[in-house]
Design a protein around this ligand. Structure first.
Ligand code: GLN
Length: 506
């Protein structure tokens, strides 16, 4: 069921919140062992909460998420519930407070059933960097779900919960949404509070929903969005009724396509995007070519800026304040503070996190700051200006979310640069602070993809049926237009309705 269906059933009394919650927990118990989508399931707490909603129906009668079971990425703090960021460093960390988004979900009547697996500290593009093992893609269990909100995407795709929260620093909501065949929305930077989100790169991080439909993403955004005194970067802009924007009318909307950027992508992905643009054109939108001359630098710029910020954010995990502390090896005497820091960080962080800390420290170091960090910030401004210029002419920019469909688990882990290149289409939105959404737009056919087509992740694209995502980007704080176009597209297609064949539908 979608959020809307569950919520309406609970509000009308057709189903109790407890019933809905019990079903969701039972389904998680049977299906999650195949996916590893959850780090923690909080069955007792969820049932208690659902029963409290049932006991006080009047209070929740108009709540936008009344009785809706939801999952929350494990880098969002939940009071009294272990929050690990999928790291050994925080394996036993129990926050004393809720992230603002968690409090807002519960205030809207949602029932949190668990915390979803992700890449360690939200660093990765495949969910293989989790200290608790990779998440599996519900469409093909030997493939990645995408990262870093892979557990959230898998949970929604496998119909475990109608919505899950993710976080997006460089594509981590949109890319797993695309690879798992669900909707993923990254709001404008500042639209949603980051208070209680475990920081990866503070100028890029945003929280947002993964859901089955655009409507549910719009509904959830309305709950999450708005200023928060606890986050000075949250914006004061008023929050419109996003669901009211879903009129289906895109006549006259101008959709920009950066053709030059799309050269050389997987042929099946390219075909699906062209077909999606045709659907929007048939609804009356105008498709126009745009030029984003600096967008090709987005990936290197992102990996300089994000690692610099991450190296600073992760300095707090020193074994003193909270989280893991390495005790001295037996027989070692006179452990120094320095060696305690070093051992804590050597054992607490996984390899990708260490790589980022080293890279980030390097680009911020005295001799290289100007050559790398400063240069990256300048290039970031040029990328942002490209988009601002494009948005004087178009309402929305369209491109693929990911250059390929889901690759096999293990296929890219040994080559970090190949992994980073999977982010080529998603990082620009974070560098520019723009809102962006991924909506399902087809499946790989399993054919050879046409003459000269790049092979899917280095292996023959012989297995079809893998989801492909269309990415739409919008003007800052204009999520309403973005959602309207995405919803109009969804109305004319059936992609979102198909459940993964491997997953029992009941
Ligand atoms: N894949 C990107 C990275 O590894 C984005 C991660 C994210 O959005 N959290 O940094």
């Amino acid at each position: 069921m979608t959020i809307r269906e569950v919520r309406d059933a609970v509000r009308s009394g057709a189903r109790s919140a407890s019933d809905v919650c019990r079903d969701a927990l039972a389904r998680i118990e049977t299906i999650n062992p195949h996916l590893n989508a959850f780090n923690t399931v909080i069955a007792d707490r969820a049932m208690a909460r659902a029963q409290a909603i049932d006991r006080d129906r009047d209070r929740w009668r108009h709540a936008p998420l009344a009785g809706v079971p939801v999952a929350v990425k494990d880098n969002l703090c939940t009071s009294g519930v272990r929050t690990t960021a999928s790291s050994r460093m925080l394996e036993h960390y129990v926050p004393p407070y809720d992230a603002t988004v968690v409090a807002r979900l519960e205030g809207a009547g949602a029932v949190i059933v668990g915390k979803t697996n992700c890449d360690e500290f939200a660093m990765g593009s495949s969910n293989e960097n989790s200290a608790f093992g990779p998440v599996r893609n519900p469409w093909a269990l030997d493939r990645i779900p995408g990262g870093t909100s892979g557990g959230s995407a898998a949970a929604v795709a496998a119909r475990l919960t109608p919505m899950a929260l993710g976080s997006d620093t460089g594509g981590s909501i949109r890319q797993p949404a695309a690879l798992c065949g669900v909707v993923g929305l990254k709001p404008t930077y500042g639209r949603v509070s980051r208070y209680g989100l475990i920081a990866h790169a503070s100028s890029l991080d945003q929280v947002g929903p993964l859901s089955r439909t655009v409507h549910d993403a719009a509904l959830t955004l309305g709950v999450l969005a708005g200023a928060d005194p606890a986050d000075a970067t949250s914006a004061a802009e008023s929050v419109p009724d996003y669901t009211a924007a879903l009129t289906g009318d895109v006549r006259g909307a101008r959709i920009g396509v950066p053709r030059a950027l799309l050269e050389g992508i997987d042929a099946e992905v390219a075909r699906a995007i062209e077909a999606a643009l045709d659907v929007l054109k048939a609804r009356g939108a105008a498709i126009v070519d745009i030029d984003l001359p600096h967008a090709k630098y987005a990936t290197p710029v992102y990996y300089l800026v994000s690692t610099a910020e991450a190296s600073s954010n992760l300095a707090r995990y020193d074994g003193v304040r909270y989280g893991f502390r390495a005790n001295p090896e037996p027989g070692t005497r006179n452990q120094t503070l320095q060696s305690m820091y070093a051992q804590t960080r050597a054992r607490g962080f996984g390899p990708e996190v260490k790589r980022r800390i080293m890279l980030g420290t390097y680009v911020l170091s005295a001799g290289y700051y100007d050559a790398y960090y400063l240069k990256a910030q300048q290039a970031r401004t040029l990328i942002l200006r490209d988009y601002d210029r494009a948005f004087t002419d178009v309402d929305v920019v369209a491109m693929p979310t990911s250059p390929t469909a889901a690759v096999r688990i293990g296929e890219r882990v040994s080559d970090p640069v190949q992994m980073y290149l999977m982010d080529v289409f998603t990082v620009s939105a974070n560098l520019s602070g723009l809102p962006a959404i991924s909506v399902p737009c087809g499946f790989t056919s399993g054919s050879d993809g046409g003459p000269g087509a790049p092979k899917l992740g280095g292996s023959p694209a012989s297995e079809g049926g893998l989801p492909i995502g269309l990415q739409l980007m919008g003007r800052r704080f204009d999520e309403a237009t973005l959602l309207r176009v995405a919803d109009a597209y969804e109305r004319d297609t059936e992609w979102s309705k198909q459940p993964p064949p491997l997953i029992p539908s009941r």
